[in-house]
Structure formats: C-alpha cells, structure tokens
Design a protein around this ligand. Structure first.
Ligand code: CA
Length: 259
C-alpha cells in the first residue's frame, strides 16, 4: 500500500504543468499529468486520484466538460485554474463540479498551502469513513477540537448526515454529494439555526476556524453560493421554502427550522 496520495494534472501549458507537478510532488503526491481533457478523464479512471488540477482552455474538450465527466466517475477534489479576470468562468467551473479555483498566475507556495488545506480536510473525511488508506491529518489544535465536538450524526426534516460513514440521506435515499458540499452542509446543520456568513463558510472550507481573520475575496464568497446552489439541487431543496438550507439575504445562510 502506497502512502503517497495521487494527483492528476490536466494542463496544456508545459511550463505551468511542470510547476504544478513540482508543487504536488513536494506535497507528497504521485502525479500523473496530461495536456488533454479526454486523457485527463482516462487518468482519473485508471489512477483514482484524490486531487485533480484542471485548466479551462484545453486543446480537445474544455475544462468545464472535463470537470463534468470526471464528476460522474470520481469524487476527487477538483481545483480549476482560471485567468484572474474570468469570474464567469470560475462560476461555470464550480457549477460543472469543480470544488475550487486558483487564479493564474499563482505563487507555488500559495498553491501548496491550498493543496495542504484541501488534503487535511479530505483526510478527516476519509478517516471518518474509516478508510485505511487515509493519511492522518496533522494535529490542528483549535480546528481539531471543533471537529471532535462536531462528530455527530445530524438530522433535520428527513435528512440524515453521518460524519462517521460520510453519507447523506434524504427520506432514506442516499445522496451523492462532494466533500466540499458535505463540509458546508455539516457546518450549517451543526450551527443549529445560527447564521453562518459566507466569509465564515469560506474559511471552514479552507480548514480554518470561522474567525481566523484570513482574507476572503468576493469571488471566494461567490464560490460558496455556487456550491450551496449545487448542494440544494442535489438534495432537492427549495430557496423559496427551504427544508434544510435557508438564505439570509445579505448576511449568509443557516439551517432551516424543524418542521
Ligand atoms: Ca490552456
């Protein structure tokens, strides 16, 4: 059993691809890379990665289509690489199933910090699933304590979220949601009706405490909106008459009232 995690890099720019490979190798990944979307999907199928980095502009199918195809076969964490100005692209990418985006050009150290945070979050999910291939998360005093208190099955209006099996069921039917969506749902249900701002949710996705004070951009907040939109669609929730997730206009979100 290899203790290295697996990443797939889909990027047609040779220099950027090389840079991504170096960063991921340093973060402890076995890296498989390609310059094509179709080959990227094949690599995901054969290597079952934990993480995928995905360029938008590819020579065959674009990054959106690649993300969609990957999402049907894998729950790998998909990081999309976008140009700084393309907020629309970012939103479309998240809607296609990507978990987050990194804007180009990026600093290798920043990317590495992002990747490490992603993997800490996924490790805690994998441990919850009792996955023996999981890499142990490094001790994270405050956050880890938060989580220890939080390891409870949550139920609300016919939905059951179980962190120890990492499953979500609605009226007894299993729902297939991404780790990012799972985290958001877990935080909202765990907050028991207390409002969570988008800023707080962004930080929780980075595996930080809600009040860590780190910078959160409007694009980061927008990505939380998109993830919650995707989550609502998968659960079959309504924004008008929310059963689980309620939008508090101009402020954030909270779990809906018990019915
Ligand atoms: Ca490209």
């Amino acid at each position: 059993m290899s203790d290295r995690r697996v990443a797939v890099v889909v990027e047609d720019d040779e220099d950027i691809r090389g840079l991504l490979e170096v960063v991921l190798l340093q973060s402890g990944f076995n890296v498989h890379s390609t310059d094509s979307g179709v080959k990227g999907v094949e690599l995901v199928e054969s290597h079952r990665p934990d993480l995928v980095t995905l360029d938008l502009g590819l020579p065959d199918i674009d990054g959106f289509e690649t993300a969609r195809r990957i999402r049907t076969i894998s729950d790998a964490h998909i990081v999309m690489l976008t140009a700084r100005s393309d907020e629309i692209d970012t939103i479309l990418g998240l809607e296609a199933g990507a978990d987050e985006y990194v804007t180009k050009p990026f600093k290798p150290r920043e990317l590495r910090a992002r990747v490490d945070a992603i993997m800490r979050r996924r490790s805690s999910h994998a441990l919850a699933k009792n996955d023996t291939t999981a890499v142990l998360a490094e001790p994270q005093s405050a956050t880890q304590l938060d989580r220890a208190e939080d390891e409870f099955v949550r139920s609300l209006n016919g939905l059951v979220l179980n962190p120890s099996t990492y499953t979500v069921e609605v009226d007894g039917e299993a729902k297939n949601i991404t780790p990012t969506e799972f985290t958001l749902l877990d935080v909202l249900l765990g907050s028991k009706g207390r409002i969570r701002t988008k800023t707080e949710l962004v930080r929780r996705l980075r595996d930080e405490d809600s009040d860590s004070g780190t910078y959160v951009s409007s694009a980061d907040e927008r990505s939380v909106e998109v993830h919650l939109g995707n989550l609502r669609r998968k659960l079959g929730d309504s924004t008008q008459e929310p059963r689980w997730i309620e939008t508090v206009r101009g402020v954030g979100y909270r779990s809906a009232a018990k019915r």
